[in-house]
Design a binder for this molecule. Structure first.
Ligand code: PLP
Length: 345
């Protein structure tokens, strides 16, 4: 079988496991107060150019979004997101369960437009409605698209005009920042947002996301919220050790460069074969219009996500590469797609 199901289907890069083994018998204090967490946080603060940032190492994406948003919002406040936002569709109502409405704006490409922020604010006029307070975006988005610097600056400007905080979900931040179409740096992401997180789970570590809070107004008692929401890992050192490896020598970016290269190769091959893409992606998610008969045979040889029907003759298939995807597997998949195209097209 070939594996194009996800970017977290493997365990972790051997370098991460080696670091965990090498530090295994060290004795440390718990709950993220150990020397490895401190060092990892220092490395992150240096790399993003924000010595005053507050950084918390957490376990998973949904947990990070929930802890961040429920801590940033007052009880009557709401978060603006696209309808494709991970918090809107794939977090089981986690944000709503904390009592906060998500104001969803329509989107095909996963990117929030600055004018949609105006629309969301203008349609919430008084205390009989929720008060929009945070804008949630993700980079890369759930469709694999990315924010340009101009786009992110326009969103920042709009947030400032409307008195909103900007929070960026970076589950796949490494992929966004190392793809060919990107013109943003991690320093600029930190300068343009009030808070964001750096995703590790989908970029070569066993688990872990680093929540970075930049705006002093949002730094209030976060460790209390983390603990109350079950996010304070007794063996927090495991997060520290892993993030130390990611942010020593820019390993974080090295891993995602390979991931993106493999998707680029896959996409150009798929296009050359005459398959249509559902959406344009710059990163490691590729959505393909796959004829039903080809899906029927290909799914026996390759794992990928059959997202939903595209129309009565095709499905929408999602192919994902990771730091561990071998080039030979991309070539094998393209060969299968070429053969099936000849037989079934
Ligand atoms: C953009 C984005 N945010 C958050 C998450 C949630 O991560 P987790 O599954 O670790 O809760 C994901 C996972 O797919 C994601 O793609």
């Amino acid at each position: 079988m070939l594996y194009f199901m996800n970017d977290y289907s493997e365990g972790a890069h051997p370098k991460i496991l080696e670091a965990l083994v090498a530090t295994n018998m060290e004795q440390h204090v718990g709950y993220g107060l150990d020397a490895h967490c401190e060092n990892a946080i220092d490395l992150i603060k240096k790399r993003i150019g924000q010595p005053d940032a507050e950084v918390h190492l957490l376990v998973a994406g949904t947990q990070t979004n929930t802890i961040a948003l429920c801590s940033f919002l007052r009880p009557y406040e709401a978060v603006i997101s696209t309808e494709l936002g991970h918090i809107s569709v794939h977090e089981t109502g986690a944000i709503e369960a904390t009592g906060h409405k998500i104001i969803e704006m329509p989107s095909k490409d996963g990117l929030l437009k600055p004018e949609q922020i105006d629309k969301a604010c203008d349609s919430h006029v008084d205390e009989h409605m929720v008060l929009p307070r945070v804008v949630y975006i993700s980079n890369a988005t759930e469709t694999g698209s990315i924010y340009t610097k101009a786009h992110l600056e326009a969103i920042r400007k709009k947030c400032d005009q409307r008195g909103l905080y900007l929070y960026l979900d970076g589950a796949r931040l490494a992929n966004a920042l190392t793809c060919d179409d990107n013109d943003l740096t991690i320093e600029e992401i930190a300068a343009l947002t009030d808070a964001f997180y750096i995703g590790g789970t989908k970029n070569g570590i066993l688990f872990g996301e680093a929540l970075v809070i930049l705006n002093p107004e949002l730094k209030s008692h976060l460790r209390y919220t983390i603990k109350q929401r079950g996010g304070m890992l007794a063996k927090g050192r495991l997060l520290g050790v892993q993030f130390e490896e990611l942010f020593r020598d820019d390993f974080f970016f090295e891993l995602s460069k390979h991931t993106n290269e493999m998707s680029k190769l896959l996409r150009s091959g798929i296009k050359a074969l005459g398959y249509d893409l559902v959406t344009e992606s710059s990163t490691n998610l590729t959505f393909v219009v796959l004829p039903n008969p080809i899906h029927a045979v290909l799914s026996k040889e390759c794992y990928y996500e059959a997202e939903k029907p595209f129309d009565e003759n095709n499905i929408e298939a999602r192919f994902v590469t990771s730091w561990a995807t071998p080039k030979e597997d991309v070539e094998k998949l393209l060969k299968l797609l070429a053969n099936y195209k000849k037989i079934y097209a």
